[in-house]
Write a protein that binds this ligand. Structure first.
Ligand SMILES: Cc1cc2nc3c(=O)[nH]c(=O)nc-3n(C[C@H](O)[C@H](O)[C@H](O)COP(=O)(O)OP(=O)(O)OC[C@H]3O[C@@H](n4cnc5c(N)ncnc54)[C@H](O)[C@@H]3O)c2cc1C
Length: 439
């Protein structure tokens, strides 16, 4: 069937419900897909208004003034994880990391539906929301972030993460709770941080967090100890963090206030004994923690898992345009993607967004899709005056082939001025990145 009559546009949602008698509103009827004259007025629907989703909406609008863009996102505000470790020692606030969708709506003319997407009907090309609304799409971009597999650690669950054992791996109330617990911890207490196996979002963030907590405790609780129990034998920036830790926390000596236990040395946490505040590792060792921060293992976002976009834990895509290998006209980006060798970072989620919207726009205009080249510029800090960076590039090598990766991690500098410059670079990156996505 061709287009709906033009006057459909002036019908209210209530009238439409009456007209179609379904009890649900079909947002696509307001949009281009139902009465488009050309493909440039297509309806692009985005699941998730986080880094990948918001960047997709903004950069698509900058490329194309005609398409209709809709984001489905349950929350009225987005809290950035990049920079959220700084909230724990009190160097930043939750408010500084929180953005609403007003600019995206008004400046970029994006429709926001504050609801949870639940089901994709691939044949009808429509998405159903938790409240029962139906949204038709021509192209669907899925960026729901990860889901947390709390039960991967026996005895741990979402309720405990929202209560006594804040994971704080999605910035928000749990981040503040973790800070409060650290401030209230008894003198000489022990903080345990459990780090999962790869892949998880932001590979350096657990070590940055441990470093910030140690810095904070050195001032207010100097006999306290931080122990990182790791499900890996190496970690990103393991040339830089230990360098800082040796200088500030006597790392590697009997007096060290920060300890890293690798997987082979017994660091793999298998269960939580919540009652006694203990973590138990694979070799049976029991570690008591006054504050316990378990970073849960991750999988693709629940929406992607529920809608047959994943194979195993993650969503396979063609790296040429991040189209799902499982369903047509659907693109998956961000933390949900099976993106190896790309790490799961906001920087890359926003780059992937640019690749997708360029590909969609090219296709709508009948142009050949280009060859993507992705960049990850990762920044981290060990303390307020010590930063580090790495650069990575990922080159498309052909359909079905892995991306070619190149990366460079500078050796630690002994020059305190350079260390401070790198820390300022990291802070400035967080600030400009947040603004890039939401302004
Ligand atoms: C402590 C920490 C520090 C970090 N620091 C950095 C850093 O310095 N640099 C960096 O590049 N990255 C960093 N990251 C990683 C970065 O936050 C993620 O890689 C990035 O947010 C991924 O973007 P995304 O769009 O996939 O997911 P998100 O940004 O998490 O967005 C997902 C959105 O989807 C929504 N959603 C979920 N399900 C549904 C549904 N069913 N319907 C509708 N909406 C849904 C959610 O509400 C959310 O708003 C950090 C992460 C952490 C935890």
């Amino acid at each position: 069937m061709k287009n709906k009559p033009q006057n459909t546009q002036s019908l209210s949602r209530r009238q439409l419900i009456k007209l179609f008698g379904t009890g649900v509103a079909t947002y696509g009827l307001f949009g281009a897909s139902a009465f488009a004259d050309s493909k440039t007025t297509a309806h692009i629907v985005i699941i998730g208004g986080g880094i990948g989703g918001a960047a997709s909406a903004k950069y698509l609008r900058l490329l194309n003034k005609d398409v209709k863009i809709t984001i489905i996102e349950p929350n009225p505000e987005y809290i950035f994880c990049p920079g959220s470790n700084e909230i724990i020692p009190g160097w930043s606030t939750l408010e500084e990391s929180t953005f609403n969708y007003e600019t995206i709506k008004s400046r970029y003319q994006v429709n926001l539906i504050h609801d949870k997407a639940s089901l994709i009907d691939y044949d009808k090309k429509q998405v159903k929301t938790a409240k029962g609304d139906i949204i038709k799409y021509d192209k669907l971009i899925v960026s729901p972030g990860p889901s947390f597999h709390y039960e991967g650690i026996e005895g741990f669950n979402q309720q405990l993460a929202e209560g006594e054992f804040p994971a704080a791996w999605k910035a928000g109330k749990q981040t503040l709770k973790l800070r409060q617990q650290l401030l209230a911890m008894k003198q000489g207490g022990t903080v345990l941080i459990s780090v999962p196996a790869d892949p998880y979002r932001c590979p350096p963030a657990p070590y940055e967090r441990a470093s910030f907590i140690s810095t904070m405790l050195k001032k207010i609780n100097p006999t306290a100890k931080v122990i990182i129990l790791d499900n890996k034998n190496s970690f990103i920036f393991d040339n830089n963090f230990p360098y800082y830790w040796k200088q500030h926390f006597a790392y590697g000596t009997p007096k060290s206030t920060l300890e890293w236990v690798s997987k082979d040395m017994g660091g793999e946490v298998v269960s939580l004994d919540a009652k006694n505040r203990n973590l138990i590792t694979a070799d049976g060792t029991v570690h008591h923690g006054d504050v316990i921060n378990i970073i849960p293992p991750e999988k693709a976002g629940q929406f992607a898992l529920d809608n047959d976009l994943a194979e195993g834990d993650w969503c396979p895509v063609e790296f040429k345009d991040f189209s799902s290998t499982k369903h047509k006209d659907v693109y998956v980006i961000g933390d949900s993607v099976d993106g190896d060798p790309m790490p799961k970072t906001g920087f890359l989620a926003s780059n992937q967004a640019r690749v997708v919207v360029q590909a969609i726009n090219d296709e709508l205009h009948g142009k050949e899709i280009g060859m993507p080249f992705l960049i990850n510029g990762c920044v981290a800090m060990a303390g307020e005056d010590y930063g580090m960076t790495l650069s990575e590039t990922f080159r498309f090598q052909g359909l079905g082939k892995p991306l070619a990766e190149r990366y460079f991690i500078p050796e630690p500098t002994t020059n305190p001025e350079k260390q401070l410059v790198l820390a300022n670079m990291a802070r400035n990156w967080q600030r400009t990145f947040r603004k890039d996505i939401f302004s």
